[in-house]
Ligand binder design. Sequence first.
Ligand code: HEM
Length: 405
Amino acid sequence: MVTEQVQFNPLAPGMLADPYPTYKALRDSRPVSWSPVMDAWILTRFADVDFVLTDPRFSADRRVARNRFAEMVRQRQQELGPFAQAQTMLSSDPPEHTRLRRLVSKAFTPRAVEDLRPRIQALVDHLLDLVQEQGETDIVLDLAYPLPVIVIAEMLGVPPADRDKFKHWSTMVVATLGGPFAAPGVLEKGRQAIEELAGYFAGIIQERRQSPQNDLISGLIAAEEQGQVLSEEEIFATAILLLVAGNETTTNLIGGSVITLLNHPEQLQALREEPGLIQPAVEELLRFSGPVHATGRVLKEDLEVGGQPMEAGQVAFCLLAAANRDPEKYADPERFDVRRNPADHLAFGDGTHFCLGAPLARAEAQIALGTLLRRFPRLALRAEPEWGGTFIIRGPKQVLLDVGK
Ligand code: HEM
């Protein structure tokens, strides 16, 4: 009897609702496999994924790949217009990457983020006051969605009145990350959103050129790195990157974490009894149900990964969420344990592209979840949540809760 081999197909039914059984089956039977749908190598083991992310023989510039996917990425960028084509740190290699990242990195150091904690706490308190009055909530809509956009909007220097517009644009742009797998119409909406965002930022940049403020846009305008000033396209692209990279991800982390906690009542109870566990608990939430499931790299030369020969120009698609449940790395990896403290998980990637916003995302999640649990001792799911996003950034569309008034 021929048994059918498990394959990675992001479009397979049920993948968005629960991709973990497929990740496990792949890791157990074919840890390095070729996916015809993706036209790429699929990696699921912690050691292989970490190798690809930290070795300079892999490029983050997906446009140099020699597969049909890369051709679609190039086409998509053309369709999305000039601002989508500007290089950001996310898709560039050193030394270009170093220059672009250094310009904004100061704003995201653990120390800089420590200073933001009181402001984040005040925002969370305010958002949860509104929840308390209602007695029930969609915690995505009421907390997870507004919190990161308000924080990044304030950091960039976007006026409070424009936040809703800002969040809408961000959502539209993030939806295009599914690329060739995105639903029809998504690219067009993304193109429109980028155009509108660019127009919007053009106005802010002009204002800040005349009267600089203490915000990131002013910082970007003033930045001079090794004699080079950022081009206007790079300022747009960086601002859009921060928006896109930071919003959907943090929203999905907070929303997904509430579901994970409610599905593990004894772990939730442990965290309620010992609130000091919030820091390791958020690390475990990132490992167990983190929102970024995958990232890709292109081979610059022929080499082997996990014993599998690969060719220059091919794509190594790293399933971060699969690697985070590798039994070679973590004992009993399918068990959610708020005391595990898996500090070296791959939910934020690794190597030169390790998430710039990790300290901010951690602070927001710790404060949001810690405060939610402290203020509402009787949280309960009112309905089975529906999962959305893409196979790259996944999260619940809605999390309806009784908050026990
Ligand atoms: C839970 C929340 C978040 C998760 C899980 C997450 C995850 C990631 C991952 C996996 C990468 C690496 C991508 C790759 O190697 O191809 C990354 C990069 C990045 N993230 Fe995050 N992120 C989060 C929040 C944020 C926030 C709040 C910001 C900023 C406001 C941010 C900004 C960035 C930037 C700028 C990069 C590119 C870094 C580089 O290329 O050097 N992220 N993130």
